[in-house]
Write a protein that binds this ligand. Structure first.
Ligand code: ZN
Ligand code: ZN
Ligand code: FE
Length: 768
């Protein structure tokens, strides 16, 4: 270092540092306070409307050290999007560093973090008999606890949360006001003397005496089903090792087969039952605490009833002190949203009571209101990256960056697995999981949640976007909203653009949307689509061969119908195909009706859906003729598939004048032959996966020749199948493509709203 720069760094300066991002309600100011004190810097820190403002006075070198420290070691739950440093005038009397009282931000990006799992410090206190919060089920601190689910309105202040009902005792007040305390400014701060309380009741509301956690644990171990109030709603819970009670819960919840999530007391307990990678462990332990889908060990002691279709388990760890205390006394517990089938999660006792008599015998309840329902998030770790099935608790309301500023837009999403999205400035806010809008309760929740998010954002949309599908509930919702402009966006275009946006791409790509179904502008049902897509529009350049869906939507629930439709369309005499296991499940009379319907084209719309093709193949193999839930057939097909021999079936690519058809007739022929020859199911399923992947890659190579595009975006619900996703990805990369995948929003219809918003934005920008 030379003389001048050394002098320069020793010189006393004053700097203003503005920090933007998720920096309020996450212990930012006390961290700044600690760092400044450690470095002997004078000045102040305060919240402002957009984030946090820091003024520092001292030797420049130390100010630089401070900035470095803050950027590399911010508070664990903060997210710094932007940090600027500017020189300001020296103050003569600056000697101390202080936290200045100021109003918190009313802006959602700065002032509302997602709900955070109980931190290690709090868990230690929870289990420490000498601590005043020993076994107190609502302890939290600046780094953890409820946020999104307790905030009524912004700015995030205690009196605007459901903690307003509780008055902090003197000891809690003291913690709350002391910058050195880890509960400084922790809005939900509480203790046994002043905070919420747990209560165990019967379904009828009769209070059961004694320690609620001990009693609840004993009941669970004895084979009871309990409703347990969590962060974003009630769970239904029972012992995951007890087949009879899991069966009872399934029966009562009307959920015959779909996998149930299991909560484990600790990561060690997860390891006993499941094979978990380092990355999966990190995700399970993260303060977002999603349900992570992991492989179950063959020696696992969980009941086979928990996840009958695949070897996988949706595992998660306790994220509230209530869960932690309970799980410490029980074995692994089934924890599934308290609701019926696809309805929204239940968040208040009145709703629960309607359901209870039939579903749970007891309720582990508490008196802190849930302001906002929020289901658990569900994801897989695929090759070290998140593959979301559902993005909700722990991730919402974290924003997704848009490429540009623009007008405020509300995108209503699609009907299945609905989420919606509000775009403000260059931020997109995706909602929590809403559900299937065909369910009345979910439809109502959709409207309530839209008003709620718009209110939190203080946003008034100038345009409302919806799916092109004329009879979607989300379309009807958009029509009823007051905004001036209504914009219809094609379903698969929205899928592809959502993938582009989360990968921060705006230039046109080759889009491959493999999906269940979506409305096509040509009045057919799309779902195996190849497009050249940009934010401003798309051109459909290819698709899967179309097949009839006997009975329309009923075919989606009954994969065997799809198998029948495909066989007939391929010219098989269905009577003669005795060797196909799946076909035995259709009664003779129904087979007659269906074959006639297909032959005459009655109620058998044509679809290019990739999802339905997977359904049909699963049905041909006899794996799933009637689906208990969406995606059951392809999940079972994936679970049995063995791709290790590298073989595939034939397929053909047919170039029409305007469009290229990817034709799986030869694939079907090969599968039928293999079934007749008694080839193992694992091999047939594996070869089918590889065939689809090879065919997708060949289509992309052809599209590249015409359109000179090197980047492929993969989206649509079929890409929840990581076996297929990885085969397609590797095939494309081997051919020199750059591949965009989802890891911020789900590839299924829960990601649609983001694409809708970005497309509408582009439309607006072009119009201006
Ligand atoms: Zn904590
Ligand atoms: Zn207290
Ligand atoms: Fe879709």
């Amino acid at each position: 270092m030379n003389m001048t720069s050394e002098l320069h760094t020793r010189e006393i300066q004053r700097r203003r540092i503005c920090v933007r991002g998720c920096v309020q309600g996450v212990g930012f100011r006390p961290t700044v306070y600690r760092y400044a004190r450690q470095l002997n810097l004078a000045g102040l820190v305060r919240n402002d409307s957009e984030g946090v403002v820091i003024e520092l006075q001292g030797p420049l070198a130390r100010i630089e050290e401070f900035v470095n420290q803050l950027q590399h070691n911010p508070p664990p739950q903060a997210q710094i999007d932007d940090l600027t440093v500017a020189p300001i005038k020296l103050l003569d009397d600056a000697v101390v560093f202080e936290i200045v009282e100021s109003t918190r931000s009313g802006r959602l990006e700065a002032g509302m973090p997602p709900d955070l799992a109980t931190c290690d410090d709090c868990v230690r206190e929870l289990l420490d008999p000498s601590n005043r919060r020993y076994r107190y089920p609502f302890l939290n601190c600046t780094n953890c606890g409820p946020r999104f689910t307790i905030i009524k309105e912004l700015p995030y202040d205690r009196h605007k949360t459901s903690m307003a009902d509780f008055h902090m005792c003197a000891a809690c007040q003291h913690e709350y006001h002391s910058p050195e305390n880890r509960r400084f400014d922790a809005q939900p701060n509480a203790c046994p003397d002043c905070g919420p309380r747990l209560e165990l009741t019967t379904a009828d509301g009769e209070v059961i005496a004694g320690d609620p956690v001990h009693q609840a644990a004993a009941l669970l171990k004895g084979g009871a089903v309990l409703a347990v109030k969590g962060l974003g709603g009630y769970h239904l819970s029972c012992a995951a090792t007890n087949a009879a009670v899991v069966h009872k819960l399934r029966d009562r919840k009307k959920r015959p087969a779909k996998a149930l999530a299991v909560m484990f007391a600790s990561i060690e307990q997860v390891r006993e039952c499941c094979k978990v990678s380092e990355r999966e462990e990190a995700e399970l332990l993260s303060p977002r605490r999603p349900i992570v889908i992991v492989n179950q060990r063959s020696e696992s002691r969980l009941s086979a009833q928990v996840s009958p279709d695949t070897g996988d388990i949706g595992a998660f760890l306790p994220y509230t002190p209530v869960h932690q205390l309970l799980l410490n006394e029980t074995g692994p517990l089934v924890m599934t949203s308290a609701n019926l089938s696809e309805e929204p999660i239940i968040s208040c006792r009145t709703e629960l009571t309607k359901l209870l008599g039939n579903v749970a015998e007891y309720v582990l309840d508490h008196n802190r209101n849930i302001v906002r329902r929020c289901d658990d998030s569900v994801l897989k770790i695929n090759r070290g990256r998140r593959l979301f099935i559902r993005r909700s608790r722990g991730f919402v309301p974290t924003l997704v960056k848009l490429p540009d500023d623009g007008p405020t837009i509300l995108a209503c999403g699609a009907d299945l697995k609905n989420t919606f999205c509000v775009a403000v400035g260059n931020n997109a806010y995706l909602s929590q999981h809403i559900g299937d809008l065909a369910e009345l309760a979910a439809n109502r929740f959709h409207r309530v949640a839209i008003d709620d998010l718009l209110n939190l954002l203080q946003a008034t949309p100038v345009a409302v976007v919806h799916d092109m599908h004329p009879s979607y509930q989300s379309t009807a919702c958009a029509r009823h909203l007051p905004a001036g402009e209504k914009i219809a966006v094609q379903h698969h275009h929205a899928h592809i653009v959502s993938c582009m946006i989360e990968n921060q791409r705006i230039d046109p790509v080759i889009g491959v949307a493999l999906d269940g179904t979506g409305y096509g502008p040509d009045n057919t049902i799309w779902g195996g689509e190849f497009m050249v897509a940009g934010l401003g529009g798309f051109e459909r350049v290819g698709h899967f061969k179309q097949y009839p869906m006997p009975g329309g939507d009923a075919a989606a629930r009954n994969p065997v119908r799809m198998a029948l439709g495909i066989l007939m369309h391929e010219g098989y005499e269905v009577r003669d195909v005795h060797t196909i296991p799946g076909l035995h499940d259709i009664p003779q009379a129904q087979r007659c009706i269906l074959t006639q319907a297909v032959a005459r084209g009655i109620n058998s719309p044509m679809t290019s859906s990739a999802g339905r093709l997977f359904d049909a193949v699963a049905a041909l193999l006899g794996l799933c003729t009637h689906a208990d839930y969406e995606g059951q057939a392809p999940m079972r097909l994936q679970a049995v598939a063995d791709v290790s021999d590298g073989c595939a079936y034939n397929y053909t690519v047919i170039d029409n004048d305007t469009i290229t058809i990817l034709c799986f007739s030869k694939t079907i022929e090969g599968i039928v032959q293999d079934l007749e020859n008694g080839v193992a199911m694992a091999r047939i399923a594996g070869m089918f996966h590889r065939t689809v992947a090879d065919a997708v890659v060949e289509m992309c190579v052809r599209i590249r020749q015409h359109h000179h595009l090197q980047t492929v975006a993969l989206s649509g619900g079929v890409f929840q199948n990581e076996l297929l996703l990885n085969l397609v990805n590797d095939g494309l990369e081997m051919r020199g493509f750059e591949v965009l995948q989802h890891n911020v929003v789900p590839p299924n219809d829960a990601g649609i709203a983001l694409g809708q918003a970005a497309i509408a934005r582009q439309g607006k920008i072009l119009c201006v």
